[in-house]
Design a protein around this ligand. Structure first.
Ligand SMILES: [Zn+2]
Ligand SMILES: [Zn+2]
Length: 200
């Protein structure tokens, strides 16, 4: 198996940067989510051109201990589609989607927006797609989608969480402070804003 590599993460304008350390197919799960919420979030940020052909979000799920912010932290912003929604982090300088996570640090989980990963090594480092999910919510299109891997991806999230638990890394994340509060106050969409951005 190829040696793990560090991958740079960058926004579209280059003012925000982060690094994902020791990336290999074994330390994460490459998944593609076609759910309406992921499509809506991309539309709010004007990032539709970074979606897959059928509106899917290309995500590399891993544990947040691998993530380090390197520059432009002041541009980091966070969006929630509802008061209970996922935390969807983005670079406010140019509205590039970056990370998804839960609103607390009890589960060692982060989803990295694959289009923000940079360099020649990305495809090999994150490995093949192990799950394509929520395809019934994809807009009509010519590319055929096959749904698979939902349970496998879920199992891998838990397996990585327990690994992080053994290593004492569950709460190790650059997105929350030591008291478990997110480092920026999330912007929660109003019902009207959410409805306006939801694909019909
Ligand atoms: Zn930017
Ligand atoms: Zn989704």
């Amino acid at each position: 198996m190829a040696a793990p590599v560090d991958l740079q993460i960058g926004c579209r304008c280059g003012q925000f940067g982060a690094v994902l350390k020791d990336v290999s197919p074994a330390m994460g799960s490459h998944v593609q989510c076609h759910c309406t919420d992921c499509q809506t979030a991309a539309r709010v940020l004007g990032a539709e051109e970074q979606l897959l052909p059928r509106g899917g979000s290309d995500i590399f799920q891993t544990t947040p201990a691998h993530l380090q912010i390197t520059n432009g932290q002041e541009h980091l912003a966070c969006l929630r589609l509802s008061p209970k929604g996922l935390m969807r982090w983005y670079a406010g300088c140019c509205d590039t989607p970056l990370f998804n996570c839960l609103p607390h640090t009890k589960l060692a989980f982060v989803g990295i927006w694959v289009p923000a990963l940079q360099g020649e090594a990305v495809d090999k480092a994150i490995g093949k797609v192990i799950a394509v999910v929520r395809t019934q919510e994809a807009p009509i299109g010519s590319e055929r989608l096959r749904e698979y891997g939902f349970n496998r991806a879920g199992f891998q999230v838990l397996a990585r969480h327990f690994g992080a638990l053994m290593r004492g890394q569950v709460k190790q994340t650059p997105l929350f402070d030591t008291s478990g509060k997110p480092i920026v106050v999330p912007r929660v969409l109003s019902k009207e804003e959410r409805k306006a951005a939801t694909p019909s």
